[in-house]
Design a protein around this ligand. Structure first.
Ligand SMILES: [Zn+2]
Length: 482
């Protein structure tokens, strides 16, 4: 039996425009008093008319261009009708037949993932269910109602949860590079809904399990876990009966991050259920070829291009530049340190710090890099000190991390901590003697196997708290052991 997961992703990106999609209300809705950014348009009062936000439309097209899409000549807005308390109009203005961008693709880890479309729509309000005066009530905040959203729909070209996670990360980085959204999944300014079913080959027959769409995924790990759970659940269901349920209906399942499971929510509506029709209050929108060409020319450097440039300009390895460029905030900090410098040794030094001690610390503490805490002068003074053999690379890594955490001058940290590299042979000889005393069999062991010297150098380095010059220590040890 062979099982192939067929996974597609719908990714919603909330744009960071100052105004909403169809009115001039402020689009900011995080940490804002409820229902303060509203007007007749986004509250859907009778007679109010929508006016599309041009910046938002252009951002949607930029996203389309960055995803290698074709841009539609004349795009049309449509009404998607459904009832929900946080949707005051009773419909959402979106795009179905003629979105701004179609037929794109991106490449990830050697896979090509086709992009079906990137279309423009508006966000809904937010409902909050909670007890009030002894009753369970639903409170609604319309600050988010009408905030511009771009929906990016992939073709089902993804076959594992890891690839799905890398796809989402890549989309996130592309919109951050474009500067059109902060794409923060935890905060909700980027949301993803995986769709998944399985292709099962057994005894010469091919089965497809019914399609499932997963909602309420609120983190990258959540997306990965939800997909893995569905793969397991759908294959177990097949194993029980040896056949697929006789259903072509798509179902919607919620995801509980705490329990790590998905659960049935409802049968999924088809697009016919939404009674789409062209929005009569907004004319078709056409940007000229020259406007689109101009937009294309002003697109910023994207992750792939930056990766190639880092290899060329700074002589960084493919691996290092790919890792640096996979995080936009990292590249901003890296470029802040490099400034105008094209010194390749310095670039390698900085990349080693960023991808070594600094990323380990950020990963562990679950933080993103804060460019404000990166001081280019500190990096160059520590680099010079290391090149002049005043400190070891181990110390350089540690003091730059401490400096990032505390804001202190790293060389002062080294001086205060006695970490400046000791090249004073007298002091080093004392330390070597101490280590040889503690290891009385060292000389005999060395005669049998000279590799033991590595261990002894390590002991001296430990004794000196990393400040001894390791090359000198090795020379002194060799002399004494012979
Ligand atoms: Zn409004």
């Amino acid at each position: 039996m062979k099982i192939t997961p067929i996974i597609g992703l719908e990714v919603h990106v909330e744009l960071n425009t100052t105004q909403k999609m169809f009115c001039s209300c402020s689009a900011s809705h995080f940490h804002v008093a409820p229902n303060t950014h509203t007007c007749p348009v986004c509250l859907a009062l009778p007679g109010a008319l929508p006016v599309p936000n041009k910046t938002a439309c252009l951002s949607c097209i930029k996203i389309g261009l960055a995803l290698n899409c074709s841009i539609t000549k004349t795009a049309i807005f449509e009404r998607k009708n459904y009832f929900y308390p946080d949707l005051p109009k009773g419909y959402q203005i979106t795009q179905l037949q003629t979105p701004f961008a179609v037929n794109g693709h991106i490449k990830i880890d050697g896979h090509t993932i086709r992009i079906n479309r990137a279309h423009m729509e508006e966000d809904t309000g937010k409902s909050q269910h909670q007890p009030l005066d002894g009753q369970n009530v639903t409170l609604i905040d319309y600050n988010r109602s009408g905030v511009p959203l771009v929906e990016i729909v992939s073709e089902p070209d993804i076959d594992s949860s890891t690839l799905a996670k890398n796809y989402i990360t890549q989309i996130q980085q592309i919109v951050r590079y474009l500067g059109v959204s902060d794409a923060d999944i935890e905060k909700g300014s980027m949301r993803c809904e995986p769709t998944i079913n399985l292709k099962i080959e057994k005894d010469g027959k091919i089965y497809h399990t019914p399609l499932v769409e997963i909602k309420n995924v609120a983190s990258l790990t959540g997306a990965q876990n939800a997909i893995d759970y569905e793969i397991k659940r759908q294959s177990e269901e097949f194993n029980k009966t040896g056949q697929v349920k006789n259903s072509t209906n798509k179902t919607t399942r919620g995801f509980s991050a705490d329990k790590g499971i998905t659960f049935l929510q409802r049968l999924k509506e088809g697009s016919a259920d939404y009674r789409y029709f062209p929005e009569p209050d907004i004319p078709p929108i056409a940007f000229s070829k020259s406007e689109i060409d101009q937009l294309k020319n002003t697109l910023p450097e994207l992750p792939d291009q930056k990766t190639t440039r880092y290899q060329k300009d700074y002589d960084l390895s493919d691996y290092d530049s790919t890792r640096l460029c996979s995080d936009f905030s990292f590249t901003q900090s890296f470029e802040k340190v490099m400034g105008q410098s094209t010194d390749k040794d310095f670039a390698k030094f900085v990349a080693n710090i960023f991808l070594g001690s600094l990323s380990a610390y950020l990963n562990e503490s679950g933080q993103e890099i804060d460019s404000g805490k990166i001081n280019p002068d500190y990096f160059s003074s520590v680099f010079t000190a290391q090149t002049d053999n005043k400190i070891s690379f181990t110390v350089a890594k540690d003091i730059l991390l401490q400096s990032y955490q505390t804001g202190q001058d790293p060389l002062k940290i080294a001086q205060d901590g006695g970490l400046m590299q000791v090249s004073d042979t007298g002091k080093l000889e004392d330390m070597v003697d101490k280590v040889l005393q503690d290891n009385p069999n060292a000389k005999a062991d060395y005669q049998r196997n000279s590799n033991i010297i590595g261990f002894l150098v390590g002991q001296v380095m430990k004794l000196s708290a990393g400040s001894a010059n390791p090359q000198l220590v090795r020379l002194i040890l060799e002399k004494k052991l012979k």
